[in-house]
Design a protein around this ligand. Structure first.
Ligand SMILES: Cc1cc2nc3c(=O)[nH]c(=O)nc-3n(C[C@H](O)[C@H](O)[C@H](O)COP(=O)(O)OP(=O)(O)OC[C@H]3O[C@@H](n4cnc5c(N)ncnc54)[C@H](O)[C@@H]3O)c2cc1C
Length: 401
């Protein structure tokens, strides 16, 4: 690693992508300024699945022990119809894991805490919290960002380059020439956690379950060392009254779930009923894949390519992006524009494939009638090995493959 005397790489957004990029770049010798809109790092969302393509990178960054302490390692994924007791199929996860890194499910808070702790231990990373990146402009030898502080003041900050890791409503995206706004996907996610002691016995096992129906699908798994059960219920929904950037925080009325509950068998039914405190989150998507970089500005994670959560890969892709970007930056530390164009070339196909597979899962999970029958037949025919083989391209990815 080379000591680099130059202006910092600026990162807009300290979510999973921004924090992983900051750590990876700092370890490669870059000075980093991590600019985050929030004034403090709060618990946002609930659980998160981390597949081997992401857990491998986080382990290489030294986060393995911190993550393993609180995460659950599910043995398998069990797939059901919401209205039938007998499962349709299973996919081995850690029970027969050929990928050399674990499948984990964890509280988002636990992942974020592990990343922040590691980043705070890196002298090359400076945190600039309570600051919103408003605009970015490129100069011959760097970038300048305009920032609004939480107190209403305005600042400018100069850097060698900017990484836009500012999520689905990215401001940095405009600076790579992409002004298209995300569009409502027709689905909203409801998220809740319940104490494991309130959950039926079968939901407490180290397994991830998916329950599918035309109107809604439910995913659940244990988190926090098995003390809590995380629930994600995705529903077809009308567009929200106004596109909102604060979807994380909208509370939800469980009475609206009456039809879903009426349709569900045990234990899905009890799990949905026992969750009293749901949070609603409208899901946004963007049609195609826009530019991932321009000159000294690169986008990662949801800012680059929002992914519908039907494959549980949005955060995983952000982690992959961060690792590849840091790898390319380390290869061309004196020409970050070149590094970013190489990063974009390496990530396009992968991101587009994951987006496409997530949309395909949306159709499959919410299929009705004959399409649902055909889906069930395919899953049953594939069997456990077939299910796993189908996703080797996804989970077996490494940054050197
Ligand atoms: C219901 C649901 C379930 C999901 N489950 C999974 C899962 O199981 N596994 C998985 O891999 N993914 C999952 N995802 C996707 C995952 O949550 C996202 O893809 C991931 O959080 C994207 O990370 P990010 O760092 O790109 O963006 P974000 O996590 O959105 O972080 C962006 C950060 O930037 C900050 N910010 C925003 N604008 C600015 C600005 N202008 N200036 C400064 N800071 C700014 C924000 O405050 C935030 O901290 C799920 C998503 C949903 C909706």
């Amino acid at each position: 690693m080379v000591e680099r005397e130059r202006s910092p790489v600026l990162i807009a957004g300290a979510g999973v992508g921004g924090l992983t990029a900051a750590l990876s770049l700092a370890r490669a010798g870059f000075e980093v300024a991590l600019i985050e809109r929030a004034t403090r790092f709060e618990e946002i969302g609930a659980g998160l699945q981390l597949s081997p393509n992401a857990s491998r990178i986080l382990i290489e960054l030294g986060l393995g022990p911190a993550l393993a302490r609180n995460a659950t390692a599910p043995d398998r994924l069990v797939v059901h119809r919401l209205s039938r007791e007998r499962p349709i199929g299973r996919m081995p996860m850690n029970a027969r894991n050929p990928f050399g890194a674990p499948f984990w499910v964890t509280l988002r808070k636990d992942l974020q805490t592990a990343l922040i702790d590691a980043a705070r231990g890196e002298p090359r990373i400076a945190f600039r919290v309570g600051r919103t990146v408003e605009t970015v402009s490129q100069q011959a030898d760097g970038v300048v960002v305009e920032i609004a502080t939480a107190s209403g003041a305005r600042e400018t900050m100069a850097g060698a380059a900017l990484i836009g890791a500012d999520g689905v409503w990215s401001r940095a995206r405009a600076a790579v020439g992409d002004a298209a706004k995300p569009a409502f996907s027709g689905f909203e996610a409801w998220r809740a956690v319940i104490p494991a002691s309130d959950a039926p016995e079968t939901a407490r096992a180290a397994e991830t379950h998916v329950w599918m129906s035309r109107a809604a699908h439910l995913v659940h798994y244990p988190v926090a060392r098995g003390t809590l059960i995380n629930l994600v219920l995705v529903l077809r929904a009308p567009p929200p009254p106004a596109a909102s950037e604060s979807g994380w925080d909208a509370s939800a009325d469980p009475a609206a779930l009456r039809d879903v509950v009426a349709h569900a068998v045990e234990p899905a039914r009890s799990l949905i009923r026992r969750a009293s405190s749901w949070r609603r989150w409208p899901l946004y998507d963007r049609g195609g894949l826009g530019a991932l970089a321009r000159g000294r500005i690169a986008l990662i994670g949801d800012a680059a390519h929002p992914v519908l959560p039907f494959l549980a890969q949005g955060a995983a892709l952000a982690v992959e992006d961060a690792a590849v970007l840091a790898q390319e930056a380390a290869r061309a530390p004196d020409d970050l524009a070149l590094a970013f164009s190489r990063y974009a070339a390496r990530r396009r196909e992968r991101a587009a494939r994951v987006q496409k597979a997530s949309r395909a899962n949306a159709r499959a999970y919410h299929a009705g009638g004959l399409a649902a029958l055909a889906r069930d037949l395919v899953i049953a025919r594939l069997g456990e090995d077939g299910m796993l083989n189908r996703y080797r391209w996804l989970y077996g990815w490494t940054q050197d493959s």
